[in-house]
Design a protein around this ligand. Structure first.
Ligand code: TXA
Ligand code: MG
Length: 347
């Protein structure tokens, strides 16, 4: 398949009338799939009402069919077509965080959306992205758009158009390149369907921010207890992995240095993932800074790019510093733990 690549300058006004946006929207209406930038990561969009379009999304990504997709909308009124009701907690969260990186799980109304998009569940995940290009495409096509991250399943999510091209060239109808995404990690997923809302995936909106609006929320048990089954089907798969094995290092810099020295002595090409504050202080073969430890949002924003850069640098093993498990650090650690297949070296 020939993949169309459109560059869009997202600072211009009236994006809805831009030829690139209109063309992408026409593709979506014809049940083709198109990658679009959002404020978190690039998404691979397709008409959520069409089995044909949703099938193409799963195929292009190589995604397991039991992993449901997030439905993207540009207007809250679109919800009525496919959710049974809007609980108070959800309404408050929508008011506070939409458009933005928060995905809300609702009870699904039967009959509108493709069953494939929701993987046959009784519930549906929905968000309104806060990105001018994504919103322009959604408004222009007037469809609910199913969009998982636009990477090959298992790989780090894409935060630039080039990442999408690397994974999906020849497999999708088009890619709208609107520059680098901002937040860098995916949306927070919260289940508001029963009792106290539960965060199923930490992400761009922190637990603290959510609690400031609706009071107590829980974290899904599966996020900390590896033996329990996650309520969010996608959370059980290995994700975000760079090509070389990644180890999280829980200990001092001296400990990390000793690990590097040991592996170098074995003749391996060793990578270290650190932050700008420490980037000059390691003696590994490839030392990459992922933002500033003093500002975790910069770490989130550069995390996937950094994981992909280790592939380009061709290392045999990667050791990564760890980050505080609070605020956006919860999302960073969740992604790093998955990328590392939960391998943690403790001093
Ligand atoms: O920021 C994001 O959310 C990005 C951008 C493109 O919007 N999208 C994204 O989609 O991360 P994806 O498919 O990579 O992750 C969706 C997550 C998966 O863990 C999936 O299992 C979960 O949301 N999910 C979807 N529908 C669900 C449902 N009904 N119940 C529980 N979890 C659900
Ligand atoms: Mg994903």
């Amino acid at each position: 398949m020939n993949t169309k690549y459109w560059k869009v300058d997202n600072s211009v006004g009236n994006l809805e009338e831009y030829p690139q946006v209109l063309e992408a929207s026409e593709f979506l209406k014809k049940n083709e799939v198109v990658a679009i930038p959002t404020e978190t990561v690039y998404g691979l969009g397709g008409n959520a009402e069409s089995d044909e379009a949703v099938g193409k999304i799963f195929q292009a990504k190589g995604r397991p069919s039991d992993n449901p997709l997030i439905i993207h909308i540009a207007d809250k009124n679109q919800l009525n077509a496919f959710v049974k009701s809007i609980p108070d907690s959800a309404a408050q969260l929508m008011g506070a965080f939409w458009p933005g990186p928060l995905t809300i799980i609702f009870q699904k109304k039967d009959g509108t959306l493709s069953e494939k998009a929701t993987a046959g569940l009784e519930t549906v995940a929905v968000r309104m992205p806060n990105h001018p290009v994504a919103l322009a495409v959604l408004k222009s096509c007037q469809l609910p758009i199913a969009a998982p991250s636009a990477n090959t399943s298992g790989k780090p999510s894409p935060t630039t158009g080039a990442h999408v091209l690397e994974d999906l060239n020849g497999k999708v109808a088009g890619i709208l390149d609107g520059g680098a995404t901002g937040v860098g990690v995916e949306s927070t997923v919260i289940d508001c369907t029963e009792g106290i809302p539960v965060i199923l995936r930490p992400g761009g909106i922190t637990k603290e921010q959510v609690e400031a609006v609706i009071g107590e929320v829980r974290m899904d048990k599966a996020l900390t207890d590896l033996a329990s089954a996650p309520k969010s089907p996608g959370m059980k798969y290995q994700h975000y992995a760079p090509n070389a094995p990644l180890y999280l290092v829980n200990g001092s810099k001296l400990f990390l240095d000793s690990l590097v020295a040991e592996k170098k002595a074995e003749g391996l090409r060793v990578g270290v993932l650190t932050t700008e504050e420490q980037v000059g202080a390691y003696e590994a073969d490839v030392v990459l800074a992922c933002g500033y430890r003093s500002d975790l949002e910069t770490v989130a924003s550069r995390l996937y790019q950094t994981l992909r850069s280790f592939n380009d640098a061709g290392v045999d093993i990667i050791f990564s510093e760890m980050f505080p498990n609070e605020g956006v650090g919860q999302a960073i650690m969740n992604r790093l733990e998955k990328a590392a297949g939960h391998r943690v070296l403790v001093e």
